[in-house]
Design a protein around this ligand. Structure first.
Ligand code: OSB
Ligand code: MG
Length: 369
């Protein structure tokens, strides 16, 4: 795989609405767009998903740049690649820093698929032509705003609604939501806001017929999640706790969850995401694709991943217009009736809108390989 150049573009884009979780709010998305070129006119795109503050995982926008420039790109300059699956192996000597690795690996996967003339979905082993998608709704200032947002999302056809919860914004809120929407497919995400001391409290979630509760406990507590899952009926889904296939195996052996949220950025890239997918398929663990408030590039990668067969639950992959006034790709991503078509053009299957990229560009840096 003859990669001749890596370009890092630093972009900053304002979200339509700030997005609030139990750990904090995001209003401006700072991220890197990664371009990988082959000198024959092909260009692959990747997107980094780390936030400015290390509250979701330990990585930040700055650590991602540090890792890419000082360690990961120098490795690419030294090693030869034959397939994008090699990338995670050559990056192994560098510990963790999964979002930095995934950003570069994503660009290389896209470049590879374009060179092969196949869609990224196909290159990864995807089979679906359309995927089912849901929407994630952040913590809202008032119940009325939450109800209104849910109603809108449901009207738009999203296949399931996920609402963020935290202590003090959970049971009462869910009672209201279920009162107004008794039968919508509903789930909650706590982003690690609870501990095992809350076990009696969390048992009350069982009355709301939730598809799952995502990451109720600490990101590094697979053990406590097993204790919780053994006493609640609502399926537990792990997000922040899962960094690799090894974590999934441990969670499965311990009974820590029944569902896995896969995000390429959190697990170090599409190759690891696919390994997790394959294991979950073998063990019949249901998976879905999470989101990190990505722009179209990151979302396009998620769409390709979610076309794999074990992605049996709707992912957090909404329309471009959900978060962005203008996305940096065209056509923009559109969910119709809660479905997104998986592109069959080479690579991610969307074009970069260079004018928009330039509009949001803060700086760029080029590395020859
Ligand atoms: O926990 O899944 C999460 C956004 C930022 C950080 C963490 C999470 C989220 C979301 C948003 O839930 C999902 C999306 O991108 O639409
Ligand atoms: Mg989550």
């Amino acid at each position: 795989l003859p990669i001749t150049e890596i370009k890092i573009k630093k972009l900053k884009m304002r979200l339509k609405h700030s997005f609030s979780t139990s750990f904090g709010s995001v209003k401006d998305k700072e991220f890197f767009l990664i371009e990988a070129r082959d000198g024959e006119g092909n260009c692959g795109y990747g997107e980094s998903v780390a936030f400015e503050v290390p509250w979701y995982t330990e990585e930040t926008v700055k650590t991602v740049f540090h890792m890419m420039e000082d360690y990961l790109i120098p490795i690419l300059q030294m090693e030869c690649l034959t397939h994008p699956q090699d990338v995670s192996n050559i990056f192994k000597p560098i510990k963790r820093n999964h979002m930095a690795k995934a950003a570069i690996e994503g660009a290389i996967w896209d470049l590879y698929a374009k060179r092969e003339g196949v869609s990224l979905a196909r290159a990864l082993g995807g089979e679906r032509k359309k995927i089912e998608v849901g929407i994630a709704i952040g913590i809202q200032p008032t119940i009325n705003e939450l109800l209104h947002t849910i109603d809108q999302a449901f009207q738009e056809g999203y296949k399931r609604i996920k609402i963020k919860i935290k202590p003090g914004y959970d049971i009462k809120v869910l009672r209201e939501v279920r009162w107004h929407f008794p039968s919508i497919p509903l789930m909650v995400d706590a982003n690690s806001a609870y501990t095992l001391d809350d076990i009696e409290h969390l048992k009350q979630l069982d009355e709301f017929d939730l598809m799952m509760i995502e990451q109720p406990l600490s990101d590094d507590d697979i053990m406590d999640h097993a204790k919780l899952q053994s006493v609640i009926h609502t399926p537990v889904c792990l997000d922040e706790s899962i960094h690799s296939l090894e974590d999934v195996k441990m969670a499965y052996e311990l009974g820590s969850c029944r569902i896995i949220n896969i995000k390429p950025g959190r697990v170090g890239g599409l190759t690891e995401a696919k390994r997790i997918h394959d294991y979950c398929k073998e063990k019949d663990i249901h998976v879905w694709c999470g989101g990190m408030l990505e722009t179209g590039v990151g979302r396009a990668q998620n769409i390709a991943l979610a076309s794999l067969p074990q992605f049996t639950l709707p992912g957090d992959i909404s329309s471009s217009s959900r978060y962005w006034e203008k996305d940096i790709i065209y056509p923009e991503i559109v969910a119709r009736n809660g479905m997104i078509e998986v592109p069959d053009q080479p690579g991610i299957g969307y074009q970069l809108d260079e004018e928009k990229v330039d509009h949001f560009l803060e700086w760029e840096k080029v590395y020859q390989l």
